[in-house]
Design a protein around this ligand. Structure first.
Ligand SMILES: Cc1cc2nc3c(=O)[nH]c(=O)nc-3n(C[C@H](O)[C@H](O)[C@H](O)COP(=O)(O)O)c2cc1C
Length: 335
């Protein structure tokens, strides 16, 4: 078994189980919920370096986090070395535990500008970026990458070496190339080969949907730690299960009530309403009559109606098993 990540050991213990950055999902509310449900470390959705520098209110809001989230990282993306270095300092000044740079985003608009996964096509420039960012930073710098740009350029091992030489603290690897998008399966063999030879910890990521699989990836030496994204939306108790808790009844009602409470605490009522609608649609997936529930959800006008609708629906369900229909789920994103 590979050693766990010791970076935060004195303050937080050894980290193994990370909740993934996901745009539109990993905001302060859902990160808090995931921390309460056992995730050991959380990372924000990607934030534009240029947006942070311009000081736009929306980007600043997206950077906010809660003390209870710690350890929490803020992820930034961009295409210019100086902008990313300046943005990293803004993140540090905001008090985050670490800065993460996104080298995995496959979205056309981002890569056409030279951001996200496009950095992997130019390892020399990437090295210069990391050295520049690292020079001005006191908190740890981490990165999230893919296995390469496409099948003919799987250069993740080289990128990890560059990261280690530049003083990066760890690398999270989503085991697909940029060209793959979200199709096929994450290449865990390549993650394992990379982890075994890596001088710094590797967080493996991609397609972990059960607690058993998460533990197996670590026990069998595929990575020092694992990061879970979509699997935690399908099964929000996945981190607790990994940590050995036996969840007898996966009752969504108390979880949803907690999600409402946190959203109302952290957001204005309209934003909380819009965000909760999205999550409720995911929570309902696989339950009886979820289509009708979802349809009605989008006819509602405010958060009080939403809470009542959700309570009525989910209070009938505690003893029912959610059916995983195996359908592709959230097959697009920014990393
Ligand atoms: C809706 C969505 C949004 C995402 N946004 C981000 C992001 O902002 N930054 C990032 O590094 N990765 C992002 N990702 C990628 C995830 O962090 C993760 O690498 C990917 O989903 C594979 O892991 P999983 O199979 O556990 O979900 C996103 C993925 C999805 C589905």
């Amino acid at each position: 078994m590979l050693d766990p990540i010791h970076l935060f050991k004195e303050r937080h213990g050894s980290l193994r189980y990370f909740f993934a950055p996901m745009a539109g999902i990993s905001d302060t509310v859902f990160r808090l919920l995931m921390r309460e449900l056992g995730a050991q470390c959380v990372v924000s959705e990607l934030l534009s370096a240029e947006g942070l520098i311009r000081g736009g209110q929306r980007t600043r809001d997206m950077m906010s986090f809660d003390e209870r989230e710690r350890p929490v990282g803020i992820q930034i993306f961009g295409h210019q070395i100086q902008s990313l270095a300046d943005a990293a300092k803004i993140v540090e000044a905001a008090g985050a535990d670490f800065v993460d740079i996104n080298f995995g985003c496959p979205v056309k608009k981002v890569v056409c500008d030279g951001g996200g996964a496009a950095w992997m096509k130019d390892p020399l420039k990437l090295a210069k970026l990391l050295e520049t960012v690292k020079k001005g930073l006191r908190i740890p710098l981490t990165i999230k990458v893919r296995t390469g740009w496409d099948d003919s350029s799987k250069n993740v091992k080289e990128v990890v070496q560059i990261a280690a030489n530049s003083g990066v603290s760890w690398v999270a690897i989503h085991g697909r190339t940029r060209a793959q998008g979200y199709s096929g399966y994450a290449d865990w063999e390549l993650i394992r080969e990379t982890a075994i030879h890596s001088p710094i910890p590797i967080i493996g990521n991609g397609d972990i949907v059960t607690a058993e699989l998460a533990k197996k990836r670590i026990d069998e030496g595929y990575a020092h730690a694992v990061m879970i994204g979509r699997g935690a939306l399908k099964n929000p108790w996945i981190f607790r299960e990994i940590l050995g808790e036996k969840i007898e009844a996966k009752n969504f009602l108390p979880l949803i009530q907690r999600h409402f409470d946190l959203a109302i605490e952290k957001k204005d009522r309209h934003r909380a309403f819009l965000s909760l609608k999205k999550f409720l649609a995911w929570y309902a997936a696989g339950f009886p009559n979820s289509g009708k529930f979802r349809f009605e959800l989008f006819q509602l006008e405010d958060i009080d109606q939403l809470r009542k609708h959700a309570t009525d629906y989910f209070s009938q369900l505690p003893e029912l098993q959610k059916i995983d229909d195996g359908q592709p789920f959230l097959m697009g994103g920014h990393g």
